[in-house]
Write a protein that binds this ligand. Structure first.
Ligand code: AMP
Ligand code: GLY
Length: 434
């Protein structure tokens, strides 16, 4: 079977790795903007091209007799790549543009959630004018401000983090109005977690819950990043959650997939990603994404026991209900090595040398290969993953591995440590007690 992977980051390396472990001996092809050495090694052939160049990707897929195309990042979904591949007769694991909107249009997503009575929707309004927006910010008192679209640069800002008070929130929201509509919503207080599911149009197969770490520096300080690392607990329920929290999150996602079909007439196929805040009132939806998380894909994909080509086929054919999608009962800790100065002033074009990483898994992200050597770009470089019976042991494997990468790199030592996990548990205990 010929399988095309679209994307060239750490998430896509983990996808390629899962496909490569299939007993069906698939031939892997890839489209990536830069040569990711990990993906390249697993491939029959690859095309160095922007993933959003729809025409070039479709032509490449057709000429290589691709049977299933697997989407990695969000940009090609917004560019309509799935729709065009399907029109060319190729099965795709990834949602069509109209349903992928749930990720790339935050105003549409919130309005859809409200209209469809999706649980866990925070108080929000969407604005195009300043006066009513200021009034709503004052009414809520504690807010998160989001530009409605996928914006390069200016992103979500939250009071207490990037916005010091109501006035700062008003100013930031007003500055966004110039280019876009603005979503103002209540600031959700709790702990964040990610729940991902495989979806075949109707049926969902859920993955273990994962916690990502957005902040660049230890103790959750510094600017937001794409994610510095993540962990999951053996058995799938994070240490600060209870089974019922996860069950509620699953129901929210299931209801959302059904409602997306009712509203758009298009079944959601691919990976559905729920980012939740567990609050004193249960799980609330921060956002939905139409793809695997990066780094979260690197926690769950190494644990998958079901043949991944069978999973992809079941998504494409609408037969997930007939497949038992199993994950091994292990904990993982993923840590990203990023260029020094990332995300604000990253160094670039520095060589990365991988030393002895022991039992850890390694996934290349935003790096490129030249003359057999690997170099950084300005984005996250290399991720290592420890897999073990406990988070504590998985952390040791990951930390040891990351210390054996050399280059002008930075990483967070605290991710997955007993100390940090205890703080998450204490934080939730405190919130639930009130
Ligand atoms: P981004 O990845 O740039 O979209 O940033 C999203 C981050 O903003 C999330 O990881 C949350 O930490 C935070 N966030 C978004 N919406 C809310 C909200 N309603 N309440 C609290 N935090 C939020
Ligand atoms: N790790 C967060 C994301 O992929 O959106």
């Amino acid at each position: 079977m010929n399988i095309l992977i679209v994307g060239g980051g750490g998430r896509e390396h983990a996808i390629a790795d899962a496909v490569g472990r299939s007993r069906k001996d698939p031939s892997i092809y890839a489209v990536m903007s830069k040569k990711n050495p990990g993906i390249a090694e697993l491939c029959e052939d690859f095309l160095l091209e922007k993933e959003t160049n729809v025409e070039a990707v479709v032509e490449y897929a057709v000429s290589n007799n691709i049977e299933i195309a697997v989407m990695g990042p969000e940009a090609p979904l917004a560019a309509g790549l799935v729709d065009s591949l399907e029109a060319a007769g190729i099965a795709v694991v990834g949602p069509r543009r109209v349903v992928a909107q749930i990720e790339f249009d935050k105003a549409w997503a919130r309005n859809f959630m409200r209209a469809s009575n999706i649980g866990g929707c925070p108080k929000f309004e969407v604005f195009t004018e300043r006066a009513p927006m200021d009034a709503f910010i004052e009414e809520l008192g504690n807010v998160a401000i989001k530009p409605a679209g996928l914006t390069g640069g200016k992103g979500v800002k939250v009071m207490g983090d990037q916005l010091k008070d109501v006035d700062a929130a008003k100013e930031y929201a007003a500055s966004l109005l110039e280019g876009d509509s603005v979503v103002v919503e209540e600031n959700l207080i709790g702990e964040e977690f990610t729940l991902q599911a495989f979806v075949d149009g109707t049926n969902l197969a859920y993955m273990p819950t994962v916690q990502d770490h957005k902040r660049a520096f230890e103790s959750d300080l510094g600017p937001n990043t794409g994610g510095m690392g993540s962990y999951n607990e053996a058995g799938g329920v994070l240490p600060f959650l209870v089974e019922d929290d996860v069950e509620q999150a699953r129901l929210i996602m299931k209801h959302t997939v059904a409602a997306l079909y009712e509203v758009t007439g298009v079944g959601y196929k691919g990976i559905f990603y729920g980012q939740f805040m567990i609050t004193k009132d249960g799980p609330k939806v921060i956002e939905f994404n139409a793809r695997f998380g990066d780094p979260e894909a690197m926690n769950v994909l190494p644990l998958i026991e079901t043949d991944y080509v069978d999973v992809l086929s079941a998504i494409a054919n609408g037969t997930l209900d007939k497949l038992d999608v199993k994950f091994s009962n292990k904990a993982t800790v993923c840590k990203y090595a990023v260029p020094a100065g990332y995300p604000d002033n990253p160094t670039k074009d520095r060589e990365v040398v991988v030393g002895d990483i022991g039992d850890a898994l390694l996934f290349y992200s935003s790096v490129y290969e030249k003359d057999g050597k690997v170099y950084t770009t300005g984005s996250r470089s290399v991720a290592v993953v420890g897999v073990a019976d406990s988070i504590e042991n998985a952390e040791k494997i990951a930390q040891n591995a990351i210390e054996n990468l050399s280059g002008d790199l930075h990483s967070r030592r605290d991710i997955g440590t007993a100390d940090l996990i205890q703080r998450r548990i204490d934080h939730m205990n405190e919130i639930r007690a009130n």
